[in-house]
Design a protein around this ligand. Structure first.
Ligand code: NAD
Length: 481
């Protein structure tokens, strides 16, 4: 890494070394478009091959490292990641546009994933054996080989650790492709972690879709862990099909929040709003549509809007900012077009909150609440991935369950009620990877709960033992006596 006029220059991480940078892509601050945050190597398929060969060489010895040593090294890597937050979280703010506590949360969640995974490995590898008069059988978990991880820009640290931790814990090695919209803090954190691990266990190659394609189709890659959009996942599946790679896909969502008629509105809003507007709505399992009983609709919507109106948006390093800009122009154009389209419908679109002085030269969008909108409107059925939320009235429980499940997505979901049994009964009727009761935000996550989606929200699960399972094969051995 070198610094030129406060602009970082960041190469690929091959082995433990950041490569020299000949050609590069600029990373700009989405909250201050004149600021170039970093110049990051523009990768080619040849760079991908070097990174994969490095990971392949390292795999031969890393797979043989005793699990207790791999566990210890992951705990040490977690310490390195945690310590990195002090200087790298502000850098992350400048590239991905979130506010500082959101970037710090990314590091804290990533650290927690590393520690939790490291604590599980020894039990995970406990031998499964059967010995009887006829045979001796041993079922052994073995790593797959080189893992390709491809991640988006919104929470790059934890989303990477959700792949890196189970991959490395189980003896695989890694080549990561960060998003070109948030590659800098992640790469620097990984370089620090790589220094305490054997050479080549972690590698990073930068670039756009062509580099992602080269990586996810490389013959030496045995497993792809991908987080990103559903459309991109179709390309990843096609690329991986050539050599029948195993895939874990964490994709988009259109999470419903179902408010029941016994809800405590104030208590619910305290928690629900964290799940709507954090990261300006750019979270895969953000609340993306809210269903409210018709009889409560006016009261709920008024209280909701009153609170949203308190938000101030600004640059992520502005302490007064509730949340920051959208991450990139494509995202900004998509969300603003969706807002304009909704304004031209029969729905009521309210622009709320205020802009701080720091919210000038960037992709800033004020929070919008869409009232008097129905379940079938585009704003209700798409993944908006921005600070605009529809409030939809419903008439009975069967109708709201039908609407909640009327989606090609199935990531998160939530039920809001003062009656836990009723909430559990409703939860069991929802088609989703996760259903939370009286919560739907970062604080809803628990590493003991597998995380992932159904339908077009993904394949496979991350976190805990379910996450470890994605990175091993069962090797079954039988001795016939
Ligand atoms: P994206 O799909 O555009 O990009 C994700 C990553 O894929 C980036 O690194 C990108 O460079 C790479 N990529 C792009 N084209 C590729 C190709 N053809 N082959 C291989 N890699 C390619 O997504 P984004 O805009 O960065 O992120 C937003 C999306 O991610 C949203 O849909 C969001 O819901 C989803 N997401 C899902 C989760 C989850 O856990 N389910 C978490 C965060 C974000």
């Amino acid at each position: 890494m070198t610094t030129t006029n406060d602009v970082l220059t960041i190469g690929h991480l091959i082995g433990r070394t950041l490569t020299d940078v000949d050609s590069f892509d600029e990373v700009r601050d989405p909250g201050r478009l004149g600021d170039i945050v970093a110049r990051v190597a523009a990768g080619t398929p040849a760079d991908v091959d070097r990174a994969v060969q490095s990971a392949h060489r390292a795999f031969q010895s890393w797979r043989k490292v005793p699990t207790s040593d791999r566990s210890r090294l992951l705990f040490e890597a977690a310490d390195v990641l945690s310590a990195s937050a002090s200087d790298l979280a502000p850098l992350l703010v400048r590239e991905h546009g979130g506010v500082l506590w959101e970037a710090q949360t990314d590091f804290a969640l990533g650290t927690g994933v590393l520690q939790h995974t490291a604590s599980l490995i020894e039990d995970f590898f406990a031998p499964v054996q059967f010995d009887d008069e006829q045979s001796f059988i041993s079922v052994e978990r073995v790593p797959r080989g080189v893992v390709a991880a491809v991640v988006p820009w919104n929470m790059p640290i934890v989303l990477t650790m959700m792949k890196l931790a189970p991959a490395l814990a189980t003896g695989n090695t890694l080549v990561l492709k960060p998003s070109p919209f948030a590659p800098a803090a992640l790469t620097l954190a990984l370089q620090r972690m790589a220094e305490i691990l054997p050479e080549g266990v972690i590698n990073v190659v930068h670039g756009n879709a062509d580099v992602g394609q080269a990586l996810t189709s490389h013959p030496l890659v045995r497993k792809v862990g991908f987080t990103g959009g559903t459309e991109t996942a179709r390309h990843v599946m096609t690329a991986a099909a050539g050599t029948i790679k195993n895939l874990t896909l964490e994709l988009g969502g259109n999470d419903p929040a179902i408010v029941l008629d016994d809800v405590d509105i104030d208590a619910a809003l305290d928690r629900m709003l964290k799940g709507v507007f954090t990261r300006s709505g750019q979270i895969c399992f953000a609340v993306k549509r809210i269903y409210v009983p018709r009889a409560l609709y006016g009261t709920f919507a008024d209280a909701f809007c009153e609170r949203v109106d308190q938000y101030a948006i600004g640059h992520g390093l502005d302490e007064a900012a509730s949340f920051g800009p959208l991450n990139n122009k494509a995202q900004f154009d998509k969300v603003t077009a969706l807002i304009e389209e909704t304004k031209n419908s029969s729905a009521t679109v309210l622009q709320l909150g205020r802009k701080l002085e720091s919210a000038t030269d960037g992709y800033y969008v004020l929070p919008h609440v869409v009232r008097d909108v129905d379940h079938f409107a585009p704003i209700s059925s798409c993944e908006q991935f921005g600070p605009v939320i529809p409030l939809i009235a419903y008439d009975d429980e069967q109708q709201v369950i039908d609407w909640a499940n009327d989606s090609e997505y199935g990531l998160g979901s939530s039920v809001w009620t003062t009656d836990t049994d009723r909430g559990l009964a409703m939860a069991r009727r929802i088609e989703a990877g996760s259903t939370f009761i009286n919560t739907h935000a970062f604080e809803s996550l628990d590493l003991r709960m597998p995380f992932g989606g159904i339908k077009q929200s993904g394949i496979g699960r991350e976190f805990g033992t379910a996450g470890l399972n994605e990175y091993v094969e069962d090797h079954a051995i039988r001795v016939l006596k």
